[in-house]
Write a protein that binds this ligand. Structure first.
Ligand SMILES: O=C(O)CCC(=O)C1=CC=C[C@@H](O)[C@@H]1C(=O)O
Ligand SMILES: [Mg+2]
Length: 350
């Protein structure tokens, strides 16, 4: 894991998370629609010398994986965000794996987005008919937006080829995100797509954020685009380092954080150079519009896209909303123990 020197120094200097964070506030945030199997997002806000930050590993992540998310939280709580190159970042609409008739209502939450990402393959290739109906509804609701699809590694290699052909027939696709699970499978699929002359670029997400070595995607020529997320990659600076070393066009995306964590994602997106040979020379739309999928957030107002873009800068939660969404005592114990366990993992690596 890449731990930036400032966080490394902190890990050797401080006694534990309570020594760095003067507030630790676990919250439970209701969502407007099921996303990634969740209708309530459990997360933990922390406060340190530089301001508010978020520690948001999904519940099922064990300490070795969740530790990356702690590195990101430590960075944001202790260091200033890097100086942005842009004051706003364009974002994509995010459409979960909903029924086609629910698409228009969700799309309306992302007015002005230049790109839209649709979740597909929730039940593998068995979902293809439903996926194609959802995609048709998305194209109808957002005819100007570039389309991206995310399969979250759900296809076998043979299923992925079938899906690529079907998706190409629906019209132009900006990219297909993580159709298969491994880097080798992605590389094989990309070579096959090239040989067939199909217009379907591939993006790697899980192969970056969950990989022991996020640079293998570039080394194996496994993707046209990489998806980078500040939290699972250990923070803004660590994620930017992955982008620099990979040398591939990068799209920043959220990890379904509240408006506090999303601000760190926006800081990363605003700090990355615009890829020259992709996205028509423009900053690509980031997958950071996900506050629109929350029924309630911790910030007032939440960090929602306006005209398809997010402002860049720090956010702070509203105290009344923190109280309203505060997690119960059992959850508080869960998060405090988790922080300690992740701290131990990081300290051993530092
Ligand atoms: O990229 C987006 O448009 C939104 C973020 C998003 O899709 C995700 C956020 C959090 C967890 C992931 O399952 C998911 C993703 O796979 O990219
Ligand atoms: Mg993804």
């Amino acid at each position: 894991m890449l731990i930036v020197p400032e966080v490394r120094a902190l890990l050797t200097r401080a006694d534990g998370p309570r020594d760095v964070f003067d507030r630790i506030v676990p919250v439970a945030l209701p969502m407007v629609t099921r996303f990634r199997g969740l209708t309530v997002r459990q997360t933990c806000l922390v406060h340190g010398p530089a301001g508010w930050a978020e520690f948001a590993p999904f519940e099922e992540y064990a300490a070795p994986e969740a530790a990356h998310w702690l590195a990101a939280a430590l960075e944001s709580a202790v260091l200033e965000f890097p100086e942005p190159l842009r004051a706003t970042v364009p974002v994509n609409a995010t459409i979960p794996a909903v029924a086609a008739e629910d698409v228009a209502g969700l799309a309306a939450r992302f007015t002005g987005a230049q790109a839209v990402k649709v979740k597909i393959a929730e039940h593998g290739i068995a979902s293809l008919t439903e996926d194609l109906a959802r995609i048709a509804a998305v194209r109808a609701a957002m005819p100007e937006a570039a389309l991206r699809c995310d399969a979250n590694a759900a296809y076998s290699p043979a299923e992925a080829r079938q899906a690529v052909v079907a998706l190409a027939e629906t019209g132009s696709l900006q990219y297909l995100e993580q159709p298969v699970a491994t880097v080798e499978e992605l590389a094989d699929l990309r070579a096959w797509i090239g040989a067939e002359g199909l217009p379907v670029p591939l993006a790697a997400d899980e192969s970056i954020r969950k990989a022991a070595d996020p640079l293998r995607v570039a080394a194996l020529g496994a993707a046209d685009v990489i998806i980078v997320k500040a939290q699972p990659l250990g923070g803004i600076r660590a994620a930017a380092e992955v982008v620099a070393q990979a040398g591939l066009p990068a799209v920043v995306s959220s990890a379904l954080e509240s408006s506090v964590g999303l601000a760190a994602g926006a800081a990363l997106a605003a700090w990355l150079p615009v890829p020259e040979a992709a996205f028509d020379g423009h900053a690509p739309a980031a997958g950071l519009g996900t506050a629109a999928l929350f029924a309630s957030d911790v910030c007032a107002p939440p960090l929602l896209p306006v005209g398809g873009a997010l402002p860049v800068g720090r956010t702070a939660p509203d105290e009344a909303l923190l109280r309203a969404h505060a997690a119960g005592p059992e959850r508080v114990r869960f998060w405090t123990e988790r922080l300690e366990a992740c701290w131990e993992v990081l300290r051993r690596e530092a």
